[in-house]
Design a protein around this ligand. Structure first.
Ligand SMILES: NC(=O)c1ccc[n+]([C@@H]2O[C@H](COP(=O)([O-])OP(=O)(O)OC[C@H]3O[C@@H](n4cnc5c(N)ncnc54)[C@H](O)[C@@H]3O)[C@@H](O)[C@H]2O)c1
Length: 375
């Protein structure tokens, strides 16, 4: 079978997850191409060599430009800090190579649009790692809403809350560097926006509120000097969907005790669905018209009847995890690269998500409702 040479740039949290997903996907799904972990790039030769050995890559380099030029690399996979997504992606596109990039696509919507235009001008396949859209329970949520089972959508309430920046003594990282874009509204908010668009549809206008909770942090691990924080730690927005529904979105990385509260509820005229990724194998469904005294939500557990689950396990309720969802994402990407169903979210959809991120921040700063089309 034809091979797909994977070139991975970055070997941190997400680099490890992508490497795992490429290795696993070929064993779990009948893929049209066989991914080969060909070349890994990181900040320097030593870091890259160590990571390549640990993650199972054949070769390594301390220079991502060499990775793009390498003839054995068929796909450029970007898992670096956000500020590097654009230069690496544009170079890969110029070399005619498909790009798999982590979210958020770029520091802002204007830069994301440059990436969309470059990819579309050359007809390059692009994919962005909004992996939670590949959770079978999110696919089920979208299916239930689209089928009309809960009636016409009235409202969407969504939140992505974690607590990794709660400690004021936690040092400055690239996530806090305004050069890479906004703060939590981009880092976590982009995920809940991606789900809102996927399940309910386009967001027309927003009114946002953002807050920096810790104004300065140690400049680095163990550093005594402090560095000013110029991005948001918390963000909220009321939103108006183009289809008529209203909603609220929330993102925070200072929610003490919350580890993976990527949660949403969609309420329609005949019911409600709810998903929380701290229990990502469950979907709660309430439909109206149940007998009095017996009304309530039912819990649907992920199983082989749901999208992609059966490839992992023949038994329901045995549970998929974060890396399995990344593996489903890789399956969809490899299928698209072989000429199968188009991969979504692509750069264009990631730009649309980024416009909502930018709109929330701008609306908060200007203290007014803002049409996303203004961004
Ligand atoms: N989809 C998700 O669920 C999810 C989760 C976490 C992070 N992310 C995204 O993934 C990306 C990476 O985040 P992370 O948490 O893995 O970060 P990380 O800090 O753990 O890893 C970043 C990696 O990039 C490398 N790197 C930095 N500069 C480089 C350069 N010039 N050349 C080559 N490599 C370089 C670092 O050495 C490190 O290996 C971000 O865009 C982030 O938003 C997505």
């Amino acid at each position: 079978m034809k091979k797909l040479g994977v070139g991975l740039v970055g070997s941190g949290f997400m680099g490890r997850s992508h490497a795992h997903a490429f290795r696993a996907a070929a064993g779990i799904f009948p893929l049209p191409l066989t991914p080969v972990l060909e070349l890994l790039a990181d900040v320097d030769d030593d870091v890259a060599a160590k990571a390549a050995q640990g993650l199972g890559f054949a070769r390594s380099t301390g220079d991502w430009k060499a990775l793009i030029a390498d003839p054995a690399v068929d796909l450029v996979d970007i898992t670096t800090p956000n500020v590097l997504h654009k230069p690496i992606a544009l170079a890969a596109i110029a070399a005619g190579k498909p790009v798999y990039c982590e979210k958020p696509l770029a520091p802002n919507a204007a830069e994301a649009k440059e990436m969309v235009d470059a990819a579309e001008a050359k007809g390059i396949v692009t994919a962005v790692g909004f992996n939670y859209l590949k959770n079978p329970m999110v696919a089920l949520a979208r299916e239930i809403v689209a089928s009309g089972e809960i009636g016409e959508v009235v409202s969407f309430r969504g939140i992505h809350a974690e607590d990794y920046m709660t400690d004021p003594a936690a040092p400055f990282t690239w996530r806090l560097d305004a050069a890479g874009g906004h703060g939590v509204v981009a880092d976590l908010g982009s995920h809940i926006i991606s789900i809102a668009r996927h399940v309910v549809g386009p967001i027309e206008s927003v009114v946002g509120q953002i807050k920096t909770v810790t104004g300065e942090r140690p400049a680095g691990p163990g550093a005594s000097e402090m560095r000013k924080v110029e991005v948001d730690d918390e963000a909220r927005a009321l939103v108006q969907f183009a289809g008529g529904a209203t909603g609220s979105l929330e993102a925070t990385w200072v929610a003490a005790g919350r580890k993976m509260t990527l949660a949403f509820a969609v309420t329609g005229t005949r019911g409600t669905i709810a998903v929380d990724h701290e229990r990502l194998n469950e979907l709660q469904l309430y439909t109206t018209g149940q007998p009095g005294g017996r009304e309530g939500f039912k819990t649907i557990l992920a199983g082989p009847a749901h999208d992609s689950y059966a490839a992992f396990c023949p038994a329901p309720g045995h549970q998929l995890g974060f890396n399995d969802i990344k593996t489903i994402e890789v399956k969809a990407l490899v299928t698209a690269l072989a000429g199968g169903e188009k991969f979504l979210p692509d750069f264009r959809e990631a730009w649309e998500i980024q416009r909502v991120v930018d709109a929330v921040v701008r609306s908060a700063r200007e203290k007014r409702w803002l049409d996303v089309s203004e961004v």
